[in-house]
Design a protein around this ligand. Structure first.
Ligand code: F6P
Length: 364
């Protein structure tokens, strides 16, 4: 049966990552060229839906953006229309503005939404599914922590950036005979630290999933010195924490649905290594550089496949699904099953055993 869909909306939510524009391009080009649909770009994630900031996307809008980092639509990691911050009588309070969003969708005659985001964005999308809006999700995040998919786009690029930094740190560490810590992002999941750490041959990798013992870390650093390796490379995830201890919080954003921003554990560990071993230690925090710039080839292709699959699925009648990669196959799962869930590194992950066999320490 031919699809009744004539016009779709598309938005990017949560933190940006390389490959967002590649998805926007794939969705829009497939919609325009293959199916003759109209595409409305919603600005700054769900914020644009609340504030009625939508614009039609034409071929020229999505031309030449495949390799462009960021998102041409803008994004927002604070807006949840169920808990929207409004100013009232000189102070701010939270209100449910779902009705306002529904009016804007009806006004623009949008038949379905393509929602590109991570777990927080999928949680909001599932709310709109319950309101009767068909949403197809596309999984993004450099953290690679979305449930239901083996990989999210943006992750490969972030790994490449982190590995390149670790490689550069290697030479200066060796020259100065120092312990060098590189703190990478990833929130509560250690995918980025594990993958970039193994790719760059880090001597110690610290993941949120494995609470570390500072004495084990110091032991590994001094053991290396004793065997003539007078430097050590430590790749630490921002979400790493000591046994029985807590994560290091950089800031709390009360207006964000996920208010905790992690950061600073690298510095804490550096101070302890210096105190306990006397070995000079420095820390580099990579931060948002991991989310910027041109996506690597793997992410461009994944994002293009995901965007095409989202549109193709919509036209085949998919309802409320998340596009995923399982093995080497693009497929889809129920969007409602993944909202608010995080996929962490399993302790028996094969890459961890490989690294251990090569002499890498995980601080446990
Ligand atoms: O989820 C992506 C991510 O970059 C995390 O790795 C990091 O903890 C967080 O977002 C940083 O958020 P913000 O951009 O708000 O500082």
């Amino acid at each position: 049966m031919p699809s009744s869909i004539k016009r779709i909306g598309i938005l990017t939510g949560g933190g940006d990552c390389p490959g967002l524009n590649a998805v926007i391009r794939a969705v829009t080009k497939t919609a325009l060229h293959r199916h003759g649909l109209e595409v409305m770009g919603i600005e700054d994630g769900f914020q644009g839906l609340v504030q009625n900031r939508l614009r039609q996307l034409h071929n020229e809008d999505v031309s030449n953006i495949l390799t462009l980092g960021g998102t041409i639509l803008g994004t927002n990691n604070k807006c949840d229309p169920r808990n929207y911050v409004v100013a009232r009588n000189g102070h701010t309070e939270k209100a449910d503005v779902t009705d306002r969003c529904m009016e804007h969708l009806a006004h623009h005659q949008i038949d379905a939404l393509v929602v590109i985001g991570g777990d927080g964005t999928m949680s909001v999308a599932s709310h709109f599914v319950r309101q009767g809006i068909n949403c197809i999700g596309v999984p993004k995040t450099i953290d690679n922590d979305l449930e239901g998919t083996d990989v999210t786009f943006g992750f490969a690029t972030a790994c490449m950036i982190a590995s390149e930094a670790l490689d550069r740190i290697h030479t200066t560490a060796a020259s100065h005979h120092r312990a060098m810590i590189v703190e990478v992002m990833g929130r509560n999941a250690g995918w980025l630290a594990l993958q970039s750490g193994v790719a760059s041959g880090a001597d110690i990798i610290l993941l949120p999933e494995i609470p570390y013992d500072i004495h084990k870390i110091c032991q590994a650093v001094t053991d290396r010195s004793r065997h003539g390796k007078r430097f050590s490379i430590i790749c630490v995830s921002e979400g790493a924490k000591p046994v029985g201890g807590k994560v290091v919080v950089d800031r709390v954003d009360p207006n964000s649905p996920d208010p905790i921003r992690l950061g600073g554990v690298g510095k804490v560990i550096a101070t302890q290594i210096e105190e306990l071993t006397g070995i000079e230690t420095r820390t580099t925090v990579l931060g948002h550089v991991q989310r910027g710039g041109t996506p690597v080839v793997e992410d461009r292709i994944l994002a293009t496949q995901f965007g095409h699959a989202a549109l193709d699925g919509l036209m085949r009648g998919l309802q409320s699904r998340l596009i995923v990669m399982k093995g080497r196959t693009v497929s889809d799962i129920d969007l409602l099953d993944v909202a608010d869930k995080q996929r962490l590194v399993k302790l028996d992950h094969p890459l961890m055993q490989v690294a251990r066999d090569l002499g890498t320490t995980f601080g446990d």
